[in-house]
Design a protein around this ligand. Structure first.
Ligand code: FHN
Length: 451
């Protein structure tokens, strides 16, 4: 029996599958870069030699450091860090070049994280970059540099603001609380309209910090605000974290329909199966360390993902019609972590040779391959191999009545033709037709490859 539909007045404002050019481009990105940068980069998850690992949930949450390891009067200390924020090594053009060489097609950049410090000279809060020794508009430098490199920019915006006296966790009850929180809502709206006005090149917002009841209960306001943002910036892309329906349902409304233009729930994890996505657009955002989006001085003792780990996650995402967004957390001077530089370079070398299997590619409706991940584009089927068979034969299983069958095969990098044999092996039990692709004897590679 179909599930009974719930009346939803404050549901999605856009169709499930937008076909406008902005959203088509979003679907084709494949690989993105996330950058978490702000005052939390100055301590780098420690202070005066003491690690915050045991006292804060993540490096960019270091303001909330508590417990026996937390320094005396830590929040007061943190809230003065802006007075020393003067990233001498910051070069937005160098970041953008690195992202271009890595093969990223979009950037998600933190304009303001939960600590409320704005990296742009906001007219609506004095707690912003112009109050720091650096003074200049970092958001503008980043938006201009990445746009100049042809990389689309999305702005990360945290609604939650730990140090804003008008913010509250619970829904406002008293008249005074309602007045106070309404002031916060208006402030949030003003900052968002300001970002759209200052940086018209941007393609969308990546919202965060929208889980408290104060915001959840403000659904009439957030519904109207989303409409206003979209009216002001036609084609704007807004993810599923921005708001909820009147029943408090976030990401998906009470009938399971996506709220926003793409699902933002895949953070530090990937869907196990294509069917979980219900045909929705989505991105997965990923840290190199286990957790920690802002700069961490010390990665020792942590499993930090290798380039091969990240390549496999990229293919897993693209094979299921998602984008994969890798996070970088520059230090307080504007330098990327040396490990981030290495990974960016190695990913870029691979994307240079194999990007055709990623950009604009989509899910192929085939049985899961034990060798790796299928993607498809314009009549081509790509198999990115992570698990190379010892007999050097890659077996493609297709339903017997497939209309499209492979007629030739080649190594994507270099274009070497490969022997393709159609072998109806009589394993009728699974009604598949098999195509065997013979890898060349002596074919050497130490990283995933694409046929
Ligand atoms: O609390 C934030 C966290 O600091 C980080 O910004 C991530 C990035 O997706 N989002 C929130 C946790 O879900």
């Amino acid at each position: 029996q179909p599930k009974t539909q719930t009346t939803v007045k404050y549901g999605s404002l856009t169709p499930k599958h937008r076909t406008d050019s902005a959203m088509v481009n979003f679907r084709n990105y494949g690989l993105g870069q996330f950058i978490h940068w702000g005052l939390y980069a100055i301590p780098g998850n420690e202070w005066e030699g003491v690690s915050a690992r045991k006292g804060a949930a993540a490096s960019e949450w270091i303001r909330s450091w508590s417990g026996p390891t937390a320094p005396e009067n830590w929040k007061e200390t943190y809230d003065k860090l802006y007075q020393q924020f003067n990233p001498k090594a910051f070069d937005a053009k160098a970041w953008a070049r690195q992202a271009k060489e890595m093969g990223a097609k979009y950037l998600i950049f933190t304009t303001k994280h939960h600590d409320g410090f704005a990296l742009w000279p906001s007219r609506y809060s004095d707690y912003n970059i112009s109050a720091s020794p650096y003074k200049k508009d970092i958001v503008k430098e980043v938006v201009d540099a990445y746009t100049a490199e042809g990389i689309d920019v999305f702005l990360y915006f945290s609604v939650l603001e730990w140090n804003n006296p008008d913010y509250m966790l619970k829904a406002p009850q008293t008249e005074a609380e309602k007045k106070r929180f309404q002031r916060f809502l208006n402030y949030t709206k003003n900052q968002l309209l300001e970002l759209l006005q200052n940086y018209p090149q941007i393609k969308g917002f990546w919202f965060d910090g929208t889980w408290d009841q104060s915001w959840i209960q403000a659904y009439p306001f957030t519904y109207a605000l989303e409409k206003e943002l979209r009216d002001k910036h036609p084609g704007l892309i807004i993810g599923s974290r921005f708001r909820n329906d009147e029943h408090g349902k976030r990401h998906f409304d009470s009938n399971g329909n996506l709220l926003g233009d793409y699902e933002q729930g895949w953070e530090r994890k990937l869907p196990g199966d294509y069917s979980w996505l219900n045909g929705n657009d989505w991105d997965a955002v990923m840290t190199i360390p286990p957790n920690g989006w802002g700069y961490m001085k010390d990665w020792s003792g942590l499993y930090t993902k290798t380039t091969d780990d990240l390549l496999e996650m990229l293919l897993q995402a693209v094979s299921m019609n998602g984008n994969f967004v890798l996070n970088f957390g520059p230090d307080g001077q504007g330098n990327m972590h040396p490990e981030e530089d290495t990974i960016a370079s190695e990913l870029g070398q691979w994307m240079q040779k194999n990007g055709e299997a990623i950009y604009g590619a989509s899910h192929a409706d085939l049985p899961i391959s034990k060798y790796g991940y299928y993607t498809q584009k314009e009549g081509y089927l790509y198999l990115t191999v992570f698990n190379r068979p010892v007999n050097n034969i890659l077996r493609i299983a297709l339903p017997k009545n497939s209309k499209e069958v492979p007629v030739a095969a080649e190594l994507l990098a270099g274009g070497e033709p490969l022997l393709l044999k159609h072998s109806e092996i009589g394993l009728d039990l699974d009604k598949q037709a098999y195509y065997d692709i013979q890898l060349p004897r002596g074919f050497q590679t130490d990283r995933a490859f694409v046929v």
